[in-house]
Design a protein around this ligand. Structure first.
Ligand SMILES: Nc1ncnc2c1ncn2[C@@H]1O[C@H](COP(=O)(O)OP(=O)(O)OP(=O)(O)O)[C@@H](O)[C@H]1O
Ligand SMILES: [Mg+2]
Length: 237
């Protein structure tokens, strides 16, 4: 299972004309692998994630998740797909101030309608995976920036997504904490076999990526490491 973007073109209204944010972009992200996406400000990286997340419908092209095209799905079906299959980590951890770290995760499961006891166990497991088991009862203002970002990542994994989309998760962190977050994302990608897209501006993060894509002026080019070879995919699957 994987994430596939095929021939994605996305335009935004721009005065009397339209601005092309994505220009015939195609990308294959196998499960259990990380694709790093680089590119200058305004090149289309966040737009690419928004299309992959099915938050924006492109002018042309298809998004395929788990082998199923999202074309023709209703708004309700797309919302359901996002809940079940897609984890999104936004640049700013948008945690709810009044909830503890554990509750931030559990509230996701409640949205998904799962029993709350299972949700609590699973939330604790994920907080443990991101190294925050001992911080579960803390609220956002009692956590550091890096810890908040780790809660944000754990929350995105709460519904066991197939696709994990991450937009510059380290921009608010120092180098060391940033590297730890990337290491964590890579490990969780392999453990949970997600198809992960990681937007970053930090080239030191590229070492752990399986595939590197550069976006420039809405066009995407694979520039490093290529697609995972089949052997690597098999061992991880
Ligand atoms: N909602 C919108 N309406 C109109 N134009 C938009 C909208 N969102 C983005 N754009 C434009 O689309 C282009 C791509 O924007 P996008 O946010 O995808 O860039 P980015 O690569 O994520 O940039 P950054 O690194 O600064 O986050 C830019 O020219 C931007 O101005
Ligand atoms: Mg952006």
């Amino acid at each position: 299972m994987s994430l596939d973007l095929t021939g994605i073109t996305l335009t935004y209204p721009d005065g009397d004309t339209r601005l092309t944010a994505l220009d015939a972009v195609s990308l294959h992200v196998p499960k259990g692998s990380v694709t790093a996406v680089l590119g200058p400000s305004g090149s289309g990286k966040s737009s690419l994630l928004a299309v992959a997340a099915t938050l924006i419908t492109p002018d042309a092209g298809t998004v395929t998740i788990d082998g199923r095209s999202t074309a023709g799905l209703t708004r309700g079906e797309l919302a359901e797909l996002r809940r079940r299959k897609i984890g999104i980590v936004f640049q700013q951890p948008n945690l709810l101030p009044s909830l503890t770290a554990a509750e931030q995760l559990q509230v996701m499961a409640r949205i998904d309608g799962r029993a709350s006891r299972t949700a609590r166990t699973w939330a604790m497991e994920l907080l443990d995976a991101v190294g925050l088991a001992d911080q579960a009862a803390r609220r956002p203002h009692q956590l550091s920036g890096g810890q908040r970002q780790r809660v944000n990542i754990a929350r995105a994994l709460m519904n066991d997504p197939t696709v994990l989309l991450v937009d510059e998760p380290t921009s608010a962190l120092d180098h060391e904490r940033g590297a730890a977050v990337i290491e964590l994302l890579t490990r969780l990608t392999h453990q949970r076999a997600t198809a992960t897209v990681l937007v970053t501006h930090d080239r030191t993060h590229l070492a752990s990526a399986d595939q590197i894509a550069e976006v420039y002026d809405g066009r995407l080019r694979l520039t490093g490491q290529g697609i995972l070879d089949e052997e690597a995919q098999r061992t991880r699957s």
